[in-house]
Design a protein around this ligand. Structure first.
Ligand code: DI6
Ligand code: FE
Length: 416
């Protein structure tokens, strides 16, 4: 075991922090707005933010490891609050089919789509799934992600869903990033239950979810509410079970049609409802009343060549926080860049750069129930932040593709 380094106690009246970071503008994203502190400083202690403010007002901290960024901006660590990063195989052949005119629904009806990834995932070992997901995760981390949610949902059997969730937990235990696991067993009806979705839902509720909860393998429960997946009634059974097991819920809702899944999600105080292209004013109102976050996923919108844009103006009017995520998955959003999602959200959904950035920080945290500890630069929150050598935050949204070099600080330490 490593011997802890001796830290001299501070002199009387002196303040002590582990590290002090300065020389950049702090884009705090407090309250979901830029809220910039020009020429700021951040003091970190025990992995949390102890103090932040204008450098000129910084108390005289002793024993600090000092880092001068020498310009640029600092944002909170980026949060990708909706991904399906663990899966076997890929679906580039299907991508090509779709470009030749076959629709997503047709491919799903032929047993392709999600089910082809289910086969590949079932046939992969836990180690193979881990290795493939780790490579994809590293791509996201390189551009500043410090917290990510990953869903199961390509196993669709007791054994394979547990295998996926264990891979997600293993990623969290081995990588320098916060990983939240969501059980999405109700993603598609597996071949064994074809034509019998109700019985599959019974299996999820009676067998799978109790085991997932008893092993602590999930932080939330999700479902896909859609004609080609599960009805609101079936989703409700899953939500009731999740509640019994003390697991928060979220929902894929209103992606391809309007079933008012988002209203159902709001009624169950869901953390978030996700996709929402077809959400109506009454859905938005219900979400506003329950504090449910709208997670918008421009990657899937883009890849499916959707034309129905999520009701951004209604979310604004009713004060529903909008989060953004990659939805990284092999079928509808093979996206490994949150910054690209920022750009797409602005160009395709007409969000502002400020809203987009809040979507992958402040509101992304809320979509995961982490708003008290993550998502903004504020005292007592985790010291996860990213330094970018740019002049203004809009630049993170503006560049299309390529890489912006950045320095990622995770729990107060530079992540290599
Ligand atoms: N909506 C999506 O866009 C993904 N899942 C979902 O519920 C698609 C997943 C896939 O096609 O593999
Ligand atoms: Fe998804």
């Amino acid at each position: 075991m490593a011997t802890p380094l001796y830290t001299p106690p501070p002199h009387e009246g002196e303040l002590y922090c582990d590290s002090l970071w300065f020389g950049a503008d702090l884009v705090t994203l407090r309250d979901g707005q830029y809220n910039i502190i020009e020429d700021g400083a951040i003091a970190v202690k025990d992995g949390n933010i102890l103090w932040l403010g204008p450098r000129a007002q910084c108390p005289d901290f002793s024993s600090a490891k000092r880092t001068d960024f020498g310009g640029g901006i600092v944002t909170p660590g980026l949060i990708d609050c909706h991904t399906h990063l663990v899966f076997g195989g890929d679906r580039s052949a299907e991508f090509e089919q779709r470009l030749n005119g076959v629709s997503y629904a047709e491919i799903a009806a032929q047993g392709g789509g999600i089910l082809s990834t289910v086969n590949a995932t079932r046939n992969a070992t836990q180690q193979q799934l881990f290795d493939q997901a780790q490579a994809r995760l590293h791509t996201l981390l390189a551009e500043g992600v410090t917290c990510i949610e990953i869903k199961s949902g390509y196993g669709l059997s007791q054994e394979s869903e547990l295998k996926m969730l264990r891979v997600i937990r293993e990623l969290g235990a081995t990588q320098q990033v916060d990983v939240l696991a969501t059980c999405l067993a109700a993603h598609a009806v597996p071949p064994e239950f074809k034509g019998n979705a109700d019985d599959y839902v019974t299996m999820i509720c009676d067998t799978l979810l109790p085991q997932v909860a008893s092993e602590g393998l999930a932080d939330a429960v999700d479902a896909f509410c859609e004609h080609l997946a599960f009805s609101p009634q079936q989703v409700e059974r899953v939500f009731n079970k999740a509640k019994e097991l003390n697991l928060p819920v979220k929902l894929h809702a209103e992606q391809l049609s309007s079933l008012h899944g988002s209203t159902l999600a709001a009624r169950h105080h869901a953390l978030s409802a996700d996709h929402l292209e077809f959400a109506t004013e009454s859905d938005v109102q219900a979400m506003a009343e329950s504090g449910t976050v709208a997670v918008l996923l421009p990657g899937a919108f883009y890849l499916l060549r959707e034309t129905q844009v999520p009701p951004v103006e209604l979310f604004r009017r009713y004060g529903v926080p909008m989060a953004l995520a990659s939805d990284a998955n092999p079928g509808t959003s093979p996206a490994l860049s949150l910054r690209l999602m920022l750009n797409m959200a602005c160009t395709l959904f007409r969000m502002t750069p400020e809203e987009a950035l809040a979507g992958i920080t402040c509101h992304g945290a809320k979509a995961l129930g982490l708003q008290d500890s993550h998502g903004t630069l504020e005292v007592e929150k985790v010291a996860d932040f990213v330094h970018w050598p740019v002049k203004r935050p809009a630049e993170l949204v503006y560049w299309l593709g390529g890489q912006l070099p950045c320095t990622v600080v995770y729990r107060g330490e530079i992540r290599l």
